[in-house]
Design a protein around this ligand. Structure first.
Ligand code: 9YW
Length: 421
């Protein structure tokens, strides 16, 4: 068997192995539940060899959708003491139990891709989920942009999916940890090296936001207006913009002109909003604290997703593409989660430097659609090389390609099959 065949088979085996019956876990033990964006990427991976299972993944995800339209970031299908914070901390009172906020809304884009590459069956499955998908996007625009600014906020760093990125240090620094929070029985640091995970101080602040959320019964307008944390995340904003574009296309396909017009209007408004978190100093869009107006200070893999959303003016796009090229010159295994030229870069600590294949994938699509074919190909090859060097790890050191975090990881395997192979 060639290396190509063997990695392909391993990736398929990982998706099968992490299948818990209708949904996949990101990796055994460390993350024993269904995570939103992990599942959507898992579906793209399954779609390369089992279309029925691919749709089932997304259908199970929507089975956890809240009445108000939100798709939560974690669905706790079966309680598992291996993970903290579990349902008892979120107190969301949903069936199935779930966390209290969302994650980057990448499902519209995956569903469109699956439909475009599929058969009548794929079209039918996409159509059956279409109104749920629309309700989720409407939830984002309503509850994450209550003042209709064209920019959505996130209420927790976990909502970005880029948990401990230095982007959140500005907003996290203002969080007051309540005295009655107690000792947190963290489980993550019993599974992987604590030096690769968020610090104890960060964890207390994460849980302070969760406490605010359940104390107001997850009233999302209250949390957006008065919660401890509200920041713009370029990743969520760009995923939503791309998703709105793809939702509009699905609406056209399914004969829903009203929804198409609404999605196009959202997109136009969001495009205009992007100027408010552009940083000339950085040469890209950066995270922004919506309470203080403070901007983050470095280029990230979320900044590099601007092309995927077609965000920014032609001049801004030229500038940010130059930054992408310059940063790629410093890394041989894909695009890092924090600029390696910046003093805060940590090559092994989670979202403070390491490389994540799912974000590479979205950056790569954006680059290729903008005609930056050489950069896109390089990113794709680098993503594959990280896996060839170390295996299907959760994330990778951008300088050495060393695999870090969880092993036999679902989304790394899925992206390998769907894009990087
Ligand atoms: C945690 C599952 C999730 C991802 C996130 C990532 C991490 C969970 O793992 O968060 O407990 O820290 O940051 O993006 O969805 O893979």
């Amino acid at each position: 068997m060639t290396m190509h065949q063997s990695l392909k088979q391993q990736a398929i085996d990982i998706l099968r192995m992490n299948d818990r019956g209708g949904y996949t876990v990101p990796t055994a033990r460390l993350y024993p539940y269904q995570w939103e964006w992990d599942s959507v990427f898992a579906a793209l991976g399954f779609a390369t060899f089992d279309r029925d299972r691919a749709w089932e993944e997304i259908e199970t995800l929507f089975s956890g959708q809240w009445d108000d339209g939100m798709v939560p970031h974690i669905i706790f299908h079966k309680t598992d003491p291996d993970y903290f914070p579990g349902p008892e901390m979120w107190k969301s009172n949903t069936v199935p139990p779930s966390s209290g906020h969302s994650q980057p809304p990448v499902a519209a884009s995956a569903m469109l891709t699956m439909m475009q590459t599929g058969t009548d069956m794929d079209r039918e499955r996409a159509k059956a989920l279409f109104h749920k998908l629309y309700a989720w996007h409407r939830w984002f625009h309503t509850y994450r942009d209550p003042d209709n600014t064209g920019v959505v906020g996130i209420i927790h760093p976990w909502e970005s999916g880029r948990d401990n990125c230095p982007d959140w240090d500005i907003g996290m620094g203002r969080i007051v940890v309540p005295d009655d929070l107690g000792d947190l029985p963290r489980r993550d640091i019993t599974h992987v090296d604590p030096s690769e995970r968020p610090t104890a101080e960060q964890y207390n602040r994460y849980l302070a936001i969760v406490k605010f959320g359940h104390e107001c019964q997850w009233d999302h307008l209250e949390i957006a207006r008065n919660g401890p944390f509200f920041m713009v995340d370029p990743c969520v904003q760009f995923a939503l913009m791309r998703g709105d574009r793809d939702l509009a296309e699905l609406a056209t396909e399914f004969g829903e002109p009203g929804i198409r017009d609404e999605a196009e209007a959202w997109l136009k408004h969001s495009k205009a909003g992007c100027d408010s978190f552009w940083s000339d100093d950085v040469g890209g869009h950066v995270a922004k604290d919506l309470r203080t107006g403070g901007l983050s200070t470095a280029f990230t893999n979320a900044s590099a997703m601007a092309l995927y959303a077609d965000a920014g003016s032609p001049d801004q796009q030229k500038r940010l593409t130059a930054e992408i090229a310059a940063i790629l010159d410093h890394c041989s295994f894909g695009f890092p989660s924090w600029d390696p030229r910046d003093a805060q870069f940590e090559s092994r600590r989670y979202w403070r430097g390491p490389i994540w294949s799912v974000v590479n994938y979205m950056i790569g699509i954006g680059l290729s659609e903008k005609g930056e074919t050489a950069l896109a190909e390089r990113l794709r090859n680098d993503t594959r090389r990280a896996v060839e060097t170390s295996g299907f790890f959760e994330y990778f050191d951008p300088l050495t390609g060393e695999g870090l975090g969880g092993k036999l990881f679902t989304w790394t395997a899925a992206i390998h099959l769907a894009w990087a192979m």
